[in-house]
Design a protein around this ligand. Structure first.
Ligand SMILES: [Fe+2]
Ligand SMILES: [Fe+2]
Length: 478
């Protein structure tokens, strides 16, 4: 019965949080009760909570709703490399309606927390309070909400439906406002500042605030002399893997690593080409078995000079679940690699010699490039800036990036990293954003037939180095 009720309500467009679900299921005719209660709500929440139900039905012994406090995760380490946060062995995803509701609650709570730290969001109130007809504010109002819907009126004005845990509100974006040209994504969490119109209780937007990265974040100079090399999208197993250029890079590394003090290598995903990732992939494989692909990569990495620690992360071509966050490679593949190689999940927060590195393969580029005006595959760094502004690695839900509804949203950029690295687009770029060093880390695969059809020209065989003491980047081409 439980599933039938929850599913019927989901089909109506409503999810229940756990407490509301228990309460509803405890009623004599749960579905009828829930539909009647929800129809009486003055707004349409995506997730119905006890707080909503209490506004329309009598509930005995009300309990206060609290967001469960997240325990800090225990960290793993290999020498100087410490994994601060990744999903590996912490997965508790619940692929049900309640699981998704829980996931979005955590995403909202985390990003709201970041917005509330901003000085310009001081005095933010709940949507319910902003909408209260008795207290309709004459002054400026600030609210924080998750974007439920973005649409355009016939006259070309944009309307954004915002939602928080108390209600929903309509925000009008005037054509002459700064936000008019801004791309607002579904499910991103924003601050909205404006005035309430008395007539229809809509917020007329003056300013859209994103959590963003504080100005002047990032690296202060330390006395570390080590360098980290970023080596993404190796795609071993593909017939377009650039064997010759890989070998020149390896020869260079053997020659220069000591002189340049290269002590770490990070591989941000698509370590091998995988199997069955796209239609007819087998025609483009020289190694058809994925375990054999990992075996070949393990052999290649044995040539890396001793003393260099390697961090390997999966991407959308690797042998882990495609839904993000992805855990580290499983035992069957991981055991093929030396113990000097640390397997981490995607995304992962690492700390190396005091520097915080956020490494994310970058599957969500596929959604951002189509969702945000002005972005293109040739400028992945711009898309990385959009992630930092939104403090989320995959701000648009429901596109090409599959998600696993974990209890906590591992894709939130809750800590500002010193270095933020991605791969996936097979481009290569280095930049700074508010002090954060941005790296998009090339590939070791030549143009594929798919990329040729799309007229996409990759920038392969570049090794990007970052000095951990100064943050200075360097790119070696092969
Ligand atoms: Fe790739
Ligand atoms: Fe990829």
């Amino acid at each position: 019965m439980r599933n039938a009720v929850v599913e019927a309500l989901a089909n109506d467009g409503f999810l229940l949080d756990q407490e509301a679900e228990e309460f509803i299921l405890g009623q004599p005719s749960p579905l009828q009760f829930a539909r009647q209660a929800i129809s009486q709500l003055p707004y349409q929440p995506l997730v119905v909570t006890m707080r909503d139900l209490r506004t329309v039905v009598r509930v005995e012994a009300p309990r206060l709703e609290t967001v469960p406090r997240q325990e800090p995760l225990p960290s793993r380490r290999l020498g100087e490399v410490e994994v601060l946060k990744d999903i590996t062995s912490h997965s508790d995803c619940l692929a049900t309606v309640e699981g998704f509701a829980r996931y979005f609650q955590d995403r909202f709570a985390s990003l709201k927390g970041l917005l509330l730290r901003r000085r310009d969001m001081l005095g933010a109130i709940s949507i319910q309070r902003a909408m209260d007809p008795r207290k309709l504010q004459a002054d400026e109002v600030k609210v924080i909400g998750m974007v439920n819907e973005v649409r355009e009126t016939r006259s070309g004005e944009r309307i954004v439906e915002l939602e928080d845990d108390t209600g929903r509100m309509t925000v009008m974006v005037p054509k002459d406002s700064k936000a008019a040209k801004d791309s607002i994504l579904q499910d991103e969490v924003v601050g909205a500042v404006g005035r309430m119109s008395r007539k229809d209780r809509k917020l007329i937007l003056k300013e859209l605030i994103r959590p963003d990265v504080p100005f002047g974040s990032g690296m202060e100079v330390t006395d570390s002399t080590a360098q980290v090399a970023f080596m993404s999208d190796v795609h071993v197993g593909s017939n377009t893997f650039l064997e010759g250029r890989w070998q020149s890079m390896m020869a260079w590394l053997k020659e220069e690593a000591e002189e340049l003090d290269i002590r770490y290598i990070v591989i941000p995903g698509d370590c091998v080409d995988g199997v069955g990732v796209f239609p007819d992939q087998e025609e483009e494989l020289v190694i058809e078995d994925i375990i054999d692909q990992y075996r070949a990569l393990a052999e290649k990495l044995k040539e890396v000079p001793d003393g260099i620690r390697i961090v390997m992360q999966p991407g959308n071509h690797d042998m882990v679940r495609p839904a993000e966050p992805q855990p580290a490679l499983g035992e069957e593949a991981a055991r093929l690699f030396d113990s000097s190689i640390l397997q981490v999940g995607n995304p992962a927060y690492l700390r190396i010699e005091g520097r915080t590195i956020l490494s994310y393969h970058g599957k969500s580029f596929d959604d951002l490039m189509s969702g945000i005006k002005g972005l293109s595959y040739s400028q992945p760094i711009k898309a990385m800036e959009e992630m930092l502004k939104r403090r989320h690695l995959a701000p648009a839900y429901g596109g090409k990036t599959p998600f696993a509804p974990e209890r906590r949203d591992y894709l939130v950029i809750d800590e500002v990293p010193d270095i933020f690295v991605t791969g996936h687009v097979h481009g290569a770029g280095v930049s700074f954003y508010n002090g954060v060093r941005l790296i998009n880390a090339s590939t070791w695969q030549d143009q594929t037939s798919y990329q040729r059809r799309l007229n996409f020209v990759p920038e392969p065989a570049k090794l990007t180095l970052v000095h951990l003491g100064t943050g200075r980047p360097a790119v070696a081409e092969f």
